[in-house]
Design a protein around this ligand. Sequence first.
Ligand code: CA
Length: 316
Amino acid sequence: MKKIIAGLIAGAVSYSAVAANPAITDVFTADPAPIVHNDTVYVYVGRDEAKPDEFYTMNEWLVYSSTDMVNWKSHGSPLKPTDFEWSSGAAWAGHVIEKDGKFYWYTTSDHKTIHGKAIGVAVSDSPTGPFKDARGSALVTNDMTKATDISWDDIDPAAFIDDDGQAWLYWGNQKAYYAKLKPNMTELDGEIHVVPDEEVKGFTEAPWIHKRGDTYYLSYAVGFPEKTAYSTSKSITGPWKYQGLIAEGASNSNTIHQGIIDYKGQSYFFYHTGMMQHPNTGGSYRRSMAIEYLHYNEDGTIKKINQTSEGVKPVK
Ligand code: CA
């Protein structure tokens, strides 16, 4: 318990001479969403608090930073679902993106009055917060999308700003949705689109957009228990070409939730596993962030991720 509390104090650092997965071991860290800002990696996670026999119990999001991909500094919890007046809780997956010096945190949580999960957006002048609700209302509510009749299809937001400055939001469960964001980053601009099923075969959830050269990559969780697949396109709006799996299922976890960044000349694949061991036993509702190298083939396709307990080496 002492270790868990220590990890929540802002400024706590988990020092490590060698890399290892899970990358953070003081608390559980689910749904990692990394970004790079000013030569530092920031990763945004949800904190799993479920007891060994419980379903998802997530009351806050956490932020960590690193400059070597191995030693992660805790910045505590600068945002909770209950910081959104309209939300009744559940700190499900989110994603932070920077625009014009402001940091926008797109989140998933429960809505108090509109049944189902909803996407909110919080804003801060710093990547480590404090963050506050940027709207005073949810950005996307369950009743706005009807491609499935489940109440959790509006989850897992992933924002992306294209080279022309246009921002986009992807999200979804069972169906992959996307929409333009207005320049203020806090309103949708126009209608919500659905990516055709054949362009994101087996889509479960957790879309993530990145771009390399002139190719857009849409990676996502497929099947259940989940693996990671991806599709590519020459446009942010598709059409997308299914490219197959990049990761097999995560160890001891029925979800995987990838995030992909480049940092100091390497590409990295963030995900979570249920592999936390002593003192806390991991599992599908007690997940921990892990990091691997991501490599491309010459034709731009992604090589299969090698999931390891060794993790990645410190990078200067
Ligand atoms: Ca919906």
